[in-house]
Write a protein that binds this ligand. Structure first.
Ligand code: ADP
Ligand code: MG
Length: 436
């Protein structure tokens, strides 16, 4: 159990016992060693943890998918929290490969203007295979800063910044020492990427956004955006003269919490609502609306870039954690998409956010069969794409045209999360229904 608690909670088992007494059936679940989701599942009325291999719902780790998915047959009614080849979007090099391919396709089919709608990821090369292309680009941009990142690691591990090619010679040498260069399969993939040198700063500090997107189907694409999220700040003032200092440049909590001046009580986060208010006060509502539309565009385009690549399986869903950086011009940049966004809480406030996010994820996945399938909002999740854009109530999609324009989209990132009332309304008619 996590050390944090949801206040006012009456205990998990009363409701389950009642259900049992009434002859209701349970949802049998399994869960990996992730604290907050374990709490949510334990406390969900009508759900019971099982150890054996017969389960209805599995919140598994990606390693479980690698070892098991496709090797054993799963019944039709079960649900698991990853798609088999989720890495097409969540491995840094593959994400960029898919985005580049999608951009080319748009250019070919809809023209160069439409292709510019994909210009939200920094110039990136896959190493070692694109090393020569990188060197050409490097020479075209003398003096700029680059960031080197392992393609499949997380939490800031193995990342460093550089400006001179000779600064990556040590990295190249250590790789050829550690691994046999004749065996390509053993060489760890890296990406080298333009470093965003002008991030938007608040109190002189850099931050990035963590936003949650839930995909319940790839064919057709069905994606939901969570209203809450947060900005993760670095604890040290931003400066380009200290490119070796990870506390300045990497905003991962795993990095920042080891900083000498890290505030354990308050952490280094702002809620998305606080950030949206701050930006609105400084830049006005129209500019901030445009910014958040651009952020929506990132979600949609990135998902469309893999929508034909990811093998759809109606038993799978995925809760992605997007990392986005704003630059000083208020332009959002996609940094990466995480398949296993951290669910560990760093404060009571953070615990409550992740708890409601996970509760609402389970509401959308709907093992209990309470939804009609026509909902545009479930708890804090707004349906953003349903085989096409989803518009706000009252907006006629014909007037807006059928382009991928996400203006007036049904999204409310950083807006008030009215989930409690919404869920009360939504689930009311079903309060007496049998769980299935
Ligand atoms: N191109 C970039 N420009 C500026 N900052 C970056 C860039 N790429 C990564 N960062 C910083 O480094 C952090 C870690 O990078 P990320 O790609 O998310 O790797 P990880 O999987 O280790 O989290 C980001 O949260 C961000 O603060
Ligand atoms: Mg990251």
């Amino acid at each position: 159990m996590s050390k944090y608690k949801i206040l006012g909670y009456k205990g998990p088992y009363g409701n389950q016992r009642k259900r049992e007494a009434e002859g209701r059936s349970y949802v049998r679940y399994k869960c990996g060693p992730m604290k907050t989701i374990q709490d949510v599942l334990k406390q969900r009325p009508g759900w019971l943890e099982v150890k054996e291999e017969e389960w209805d719902f599995h919140w598994c780790e990606v390693s479980w998918m690698r070892d098991n998915y496709g090797h054993s047959s799963l019944e039709d009614h079960v649900r698991i929290c990853h798609f088999g080849n989720h890495y097409e979007l969540t491995r840094k090099n593959l994400m960029v490969k898919n985005l580049k391919r999608y951009r080319k396709l748009l250019e070919r089919e809809l023209g160069p203007q439409e292709a510019t709608r994909c210009d939200f990821f920094p110039c990136t090369f896959d190493l070692p295979c694109e090393y020569h292309l990188f060197v050409e680009e490097y020479k075209r941009n003398p003096g700029s800063t680059w960031i080197m990142k392992p393609a499949a690691r997380s939490q800031g591990k193995g990342i460093f910044l550089f400006r001179k090619l000779k600064d990556i010679m040590d990295w190249k040498r250590s790789r050829s020492r550690a691994e046999d260069p004749r065996d390509e399969a053993q060489v760890e993939s890296y990406v080298v990427q333009h470093y965003i040198e002008n991030p938007y700063l608040i109190n002189g500090r850099k931050f990035d956004l963590r936003v949650y997107v839930l995909v319940t189907s790839y064919a057709p694409l069905r994606a939901w955006l969570y209203r809450d999220g947060f900005a993760r700040f670095s604890s040290t003032r931003f400066s380009l003269s200290s490119i070796g200092d990870q506390y300045v440049h990497l905003t991962n909590v795993a990095v920042q919490r080891t900083a000498p001046d890290y505030d354990r009580e308050r952490g280094c986060k702002w809620q998305m609502q606080q950030l949206r208010r701050y930006l609105t006060a400084r830049h006005g509502e129209p500019a901030v609306d445009v910014l958040f539309q651009e952020v929506d565009n990132i979600f949609i385009r990135s998902l469309l870039s893999v929508h034909k690549v990811i093998i759809n399986d109606k038993r799978c869903f995925e809760l992605y954690g997007y990392d986005i950086i704003l630059d000083a011009e208020l332009k959002p940049w996609l940094i990466e998409v995480n398949a296993s966004p951290s669910l560990t809480a760093t404060s009571q406030e953070d615990y409550e956010l992740k708890y409601r996010l996970l509760e609402d994820t389970l509401h959308v996945v709907d093992m209990e069969g309470r939804l009609t399938g026509r909902e545009k909002q479930v708890g804090g999740f707004d349906l953003m794409w349903n085989d096409g854009p989803v518009w706000l109530e009252g907006v006629d999609s014909e007037t807006l045209g059928s382009s991928l324009c996400t203006a007036k989209a049904n999204t409310h990132l950083g807006c008030f999360n009215n989930r409690k009332n919404q869920l009360r309304q939504l689930l009311k008619p079903f309060s007496g229904q049998r769980a299935t």
